[in-house]
Design a protein around this ligand. Structure first.
Ligand code: HAM
Length: 434
């Protein structure tokens, strides 16, 4: 058997590829990305790019030592040299905050809205919707603690979902409070779970010392059964006054703007940098891995990375999860459009001429050409297969008279276009299309 791609990765394939395995149609992927870009740029977000690999220390300190991501899922890259190792980035936020600090972006007008997209890497157990290389659209806002910024961030996720045409999405909203609130909650959890330590999974025994809140996020069925049995009070009950007021303001904005949300008192999130507002978007038809995206506020992250205090908030969508949701809802996605014009010569002498006309036409529109002479019927069939809007043929007769024979493939109408008028013809056809 020919070599296969690594487990937990996908190929992105052109339209019309045979469906052999769980692959991604590149044009559907681009549609999701372009939709997100449109929504985010309208809100004033600017693109930021960061490397695919980072110092392991950045991820350890940013994402947090008690998370599954750092403890079990890092793709570490070693090379010969005196170095602690790099990791393939498991997410975008730590990198963006690092880039903000390293490049003095504090000087730009605040709040600074940034967005990015690209592959992320986590060595997870692979299942539907859970990959080892997946892709995120990521939005981050730096330099404001205003709850209006939180609400706007959630509204933007909602706007992306709506522009994609999804309807079965729910926003689950919670707050994980300020660090002192979380400390109080962790003490409560430690007291609650310690007498039952023997029943916890090995991972959760470890969480009990490091960060008991993580137990609530455990994937083990036994842990989840114990959590239900103990009737654990939610984090929301432990919010201090400031976090409580902030959370109320976020909810008031969302309600005023008509963004529906469900309060989720048990939201934990899988990363350590969060404080205050935290949320996830879930889809009703995507199954166990139903989180399409999630986010939250991370006011302490910049300082955690060795910089000054810079408040921040953001979110990320998983593009593959959005594609699963679109598929589940049967939303028809536009494939890549075909060429405006497909040009073919009717005899060998004119193949070069047809190619030259096509190259000139590309100043205006997408124009393709046949690499060998075709009979008119075959030329039109070829154009159809490529989903062209127009087909044009040129033989010795047309060349001598300086014209192209152009056919509108939808209406079947055929007419002659003088060679010197080709550019105008293409411009008009482009306008009609728009
Ligand atoms: P996250 O919840 O870890 O948050 O990931 C965000 C989204 O990425 C998830 O909701 C899911 O759709 C997708 N995702 C995560 N892991 C996988 C996987 N193994 N396979 C497929 N999709 C996956 C973050 O990454 C934060 N950086 C979000 C954020 C930005 N918070 C503040 N700013």
């Amino acid at each position: 058997m020919a070599l296969q791609r690594p487990k937990g990765t996908q190929d992105h394939l052109p339209d019309g590829s045979p469906k052999l395995s769980r692959d991604v149609q590149a044009s559907a992927f681009a549609f999701v990305q372009d939709t997100a870009r449109r929504v985010l740029e309208r809100a004033g977000a600017q693109f930021i790019g960061t490397p695919l690999f980072e110092e392991a220390e950045l991820v350890r300190r940013g994402v947090g030592g008690s998370t599954d991501i750092v403890r079990k899922e890092m793709f570490t890259v070693y090379y010969f040299g005196d170095h602690g190792g790099y990791v393939l980035r498991p997410e975008g936020t730590a990198s963006i905050v690092r880039a903000y600090l390293q490049n003095g972006l504090k000087q730009l007008p605040a709040p600074l809205k940034l967005w990015t997209h690209g592959p992320m890497f986590r060595a997870e157990n692979v299942q539907k919707g859970r990959l080892r290389q997946f892709h995120q659209v990521d939005y981050e806002v730096l330099g404001s603690t205003d709850p209006l910024v939180d609400a706007e961030a959630i509204w933007l996720m909602w706007a992306v979902v709506r522009e994609l045409g999804l309807t079965g999405v729910r926003v689950k909203l919670g707050s994980i409070g300020d660090p002192e609130d979380r400390e109080a909650y962790n003490s409560y959890l430690r007291e609650l779970f310690t007498p039952h330590e023997g029943r916890l999974s090995d991972d959760s025994k470890d969480r009990l010392t490091r960060n008991p809140m993580r137990i609530l996020d455990s994937k083990s069925a036994e842990d989840q059964a114990l959590i239900r049995e103990l009737n654990v009070n939610p984090m929301l009950d432990f919010l201090g006054e400031a976090a409580r007021a902030h959370f109320a303001a976020v909810q008031a904005h969302l309600t005023a703007w008509g963004v529906p949300f469900d309060l989720d008192p048990s939201i934990v999130r899988g990363l350590d940098y969060y404080r205050r507002t935290a949320w996830e978007l879930h889809h009703t038809q995507v199954g166990a891995k139903s989180a399409l995206g999630g986010g939250g506020r991370y006011d302490g992250l910049a300082a955690q990375l060795g910089g000054p205090e810079v408040p921040g908030i953001g979110w990320a969508f998983g593009i593959e999860r959005l594609l699963l949701a679109l598929e589940a809802e049967g939303v028809a996605l536009p494939g890549q459009a075909g060429p405006l014009l497909f040009l073919a010569a009717l005899d060998e002498e004119n193949v070069g001429l047809a190619a030259r006309l096509a190259l000139q036409g590309r100043a205006v529109a997408r124009v393709e050409f046949a690499y060998r002479a075709l009979k008119p019927g075959n030329a039109f069939k070829e154009a159809d297969r490529r989903r062209a809007r127009y087909a044009a043929v040129i033989g010795s007769n047309e060349a001598a008279r300086g014209v192209l024979n152009v056919k509108n493939l939808a209406s079947g109408e055929q007419r002659e276009v003088p060679l010197e008028a080709l550019k105008t013809f293409l411009e008009q056809a482009e306008l009609e299309q728009a």
